[in-house]
Design a protein around this ligand. Structure first.
Ligand code: SDX
Length: 435
C-alpha cells in the first residue's frame, strides 16, 4: 500500500504548501493520505457524504462504478451468483478464499447447528405489537442477542469473533421468519438440521406445523442467489455505520444493529420496499411519464426509487442478475405476465432513454427488481429490507472483523466545519430578547 509519490496542496492565501503521500491499492483509484493534514496545516478535509473519501483499507470487496464491476475477494459477482451458494460466499467473505468441499461441509455444519434461538427470545419478540414494522423488530431482537450470548463477546479473541459471525449468519433467518409468523398470528417453526440454509428459511417462513413444507428448488436457488447478490458492497452507508460503531469496541450484535437501522432508510436498503410502493402507485404504464417528470422536478422530493447509485454510474451488475432471477421465478410461478414486472421493465426502458437519467448516469440498482421477485416468492413488502439484511449480515460482520483485526484501526471520530454562533455570554432571562 506504500508509494513514493506525493500530492501537494498549496494555500493561495499564503506561501504555505503541504505535501501528502499518495497511496496505491491493488485495484482502483490511488488515495491521498490525509492523516497528517491537520497536524501539519491546521486544516480539516471537508467531504460530507464521503463522496471523495476512502474511510479505510479493505481486502473484501471491490467496485468499479464506471464499468459496473463488483468483485467479492477478487471473484466477479456474475461468476459467484452462477456457481456458488450463499454459504460458500459467506465463507469467502469471512475467510478470504472459496472453501473446498470439506471446508464448506464444516462451515455449513457449524451454521446449521447455530440456527436455533435462545428460547427466552420468543417471549422478547412477542412483546412487540403484531403490526410492528419487521425492521423495528429486527433492530430490537438482533440488539438483544448480546444479552443472550455473553460467552463469546471478547472482540480481541479471533475465536469469539468467529463464533459471533457464525451465530449472526445462522440466526438472522430464524429471527426474520419468526417476525413474519408473529405478524400473521401463526406459530413459530423451529429450524431443522436436515435442511440447507435457504430451505430452512423457506420452511420457517412459509411452512406450518400441520403439514410437511414442499420445497420448490427453483425458488430456493433464486433466493440463495438473491442473498449472494446482497452479501456485501464495500463501504456503503450501513457497512460504514457498522465499522464506526465497532471502532469504539462495541460488541458485534450491537454493531450489526446499527447497520440494520441504517439499512432501513429508503435511500439505502429500504429502497426495495419503496420501489414496490412506487410501482403500485404508478399503477399503469400510461402514468409512467408523469412520474418520470416528478423525478426530474427539483422542487419535487419524489425520486425514482431503485434508480441511481453513489458509486455505479453504469448498470448495477446485481440489477441485471436479479432481473434474470425475476424472469426465472415469475416463469416458474406462471406469473410471467405479472403486471408489476411488466410495468418495471417499461419504466426502466423509458427512464434509460430519457436525457435526464442518461446525463446523470442513473441506472437501475440492486433494489429495482428485488422487490418484485421477493413479492413473487411470497415475502410481504414490509419485509423486503429484512431480506436485504439477511444477505448483508455477512458483509457487515466481515468488515467489522477486518476492522477489529487491523492493528492500525482507531476509534472513528470525524471533525466538522463549524458554522454556528461565535462565543457569546449568557444573559439573565429577564433581559433576553424574544426570537
Ligand atoms: C443501495 O452505497 C451502496 O452501495 C448501497 C447499496 C448497497 O448494496 O449497499 O448499493 C444498496 O442502497 C442502492 C440504492 C437504493 N436507493 C434508491 O434506489 C433510492 C433512489 N436513489 C437515490 O436516492 C440516489 O440515487 C442514491 C441515494 C442512491 C444516490 O444518491 P447520491 O449518490 O447522493 O446522488 P445524488 O443524490 O447526489 O444524485 C445525483 C443527481 C442529483 O441531481 P442534481 O442535484 O445533480 O441535479 O441525480 C439525481 C439527484 O437529484 N438523482 C435522482 C435519483 N437519484 C439521483 N433523480 C431522480 N431519481 C433518482 N432515483
Amino acid at each position: 500500500m506504500n508509494n513514493k509519490r506525493h500530492y501537494t496542496l498549496n494555500d493561495d492565501n499564503s506561501s504555505s504548501s503541504y505535501s501528502l503521500p499518495l497511496l496505491s491499492g491493488s485495484l482502483g483509484p490511488d488515495v491521498v493520505d490525509m492523516r497528517s493534514l491537520y497536524r501539519e496545516s491546521g486544516l480539516f478535509a471537508f467531504d460530507p457524504g464521503f463522496t471523495s473519501t476512502a474511510s479505510c483499507a479493505s481486502k473484501i470487496t471491490y467496485i468499479d462504478g464506471e464499468a459496473g464491476i463488483l468483485l467479492y475477494r477478487g471473484y466477479p459477482i456474475e461468476q459467484l451468483a452462477e456457481s456458488c451458494s450463499f454459504l460458500e460466499v459467506c465463507y469467502l467473505l469471512l475467510y478470504g478464499d472459496l472453501p473446498n468441499e470439506d471446508e464448506l461441509d464444516g462451515f455449513v455444519h457449524r451454521v446449521t447447528y447455530h440456527t436455533l434461538l435462545h428460547d427466552q427470545l420468543n417471549y422478547f419478540l412477542k412483546g412487540f405489537r403484531r403490526d410492528a414494522h419487521p425492521m423495528a423488530i429486527m433492530v430490537g431482537v438482533v440488539g438483544a442477542l448480546s444479552a443472550f450470548y455473553h460467552d463469546a463477546l471478547d472482540i480481541n479473541s479471533q475465536e469469539d469473533r468467529d463464533l459471533s459471525a457464525i451465530r449472526i449468519i445462522a440466526k438472522i433467518p430464524t429471527i426474520i421468519a419468526m417476525t413474519y409468523k408473529y405478524s400473521i398470528g401463526l406459530p413459530f417453526l423451529f429450524p431443522r438440521n436436515d435442511l440447507g440454509y435457504v430451505e430452512n428459511f423457506m420452511r420457517m417462513m412459509f411452512g406450518n406445523p400441520c403439514e410437511e413444507y414442499r420445497q420448490n428448488p427453483v425458488l430456493v436457488r433464486a433466493l440463495d442467489r438473491i442473498l449472494v447478490l446482497h452479501a456485501d458492497h464495500e463501504q456503503n452507508a450501513s457497512t460504514s455505520t457498522v465499522r464506526l460503531a465497532g471502532s469504539s469496541g462495541a460488541n458485534p450484535y450491537a454493531c450489526l444493529t446499527s447497520g440494520i437501522a441504517c439499512l432501513w432508510g429508503p435511500a439505502h436498503g429500504g429502497a426495495n420496499e419503496a420501489v414496490l410502493n412506487m410501482l403500485q402507485e404508478i399503477g399503469d404504464s400510461s402514468n409512467i411519464g408523469q412520474y418520470i417528470e416528478k423525478a426530474k422536478d427539483k422542487n419535487d422530493p419524489f425520486r425514482l426509487m431503485g434508480f441511481g447509485h453513489r458509486v455505479y454510474k453504469n448498470y448495477d451488475p446485481r440489477a441485471k442478475l436479479i432481473r434474470q432471477t425475476c424472469h426465472e421465478v415469475l416463469d416458474e410461478l406462471g406469473l410471467k405476465d405479472d403486471p408489476l414486472f411488466k410495468l418495471a421493465m417499461e419504466l426502466e426502458r423509458i427512464a434509460l432513454e430519457d436525457d435526464y437519467f442518461i446525463d446523470k448516469k442513473l441506472y437501475p440498482n440492486v433494489d429495482f427488481y428485488s422487490g418484485i421477485v421477493l413479492k413473487a416468492l411470497g415475502v410481504p413488502s414490509n419485509m423486503f429490507t429484512a431480506m436485504f439484511a439477511m444477505g448483508r449480515s455477512v458483509g457487515w460482520i466481515a468488515h467489522w472483523d477486518e476492522m477489529i483485526a487491523d492493528p492500525e484501526q482507531k476509534i472513528g471520530r470525524p471533525r466538522q466545519l463549524y458554522t454556528g454562533e461565535p462565543r457569546r455570554n449568557v444573559e439573565p432571562i429577564a433581559v433576553r430578547k424574544h426570537h
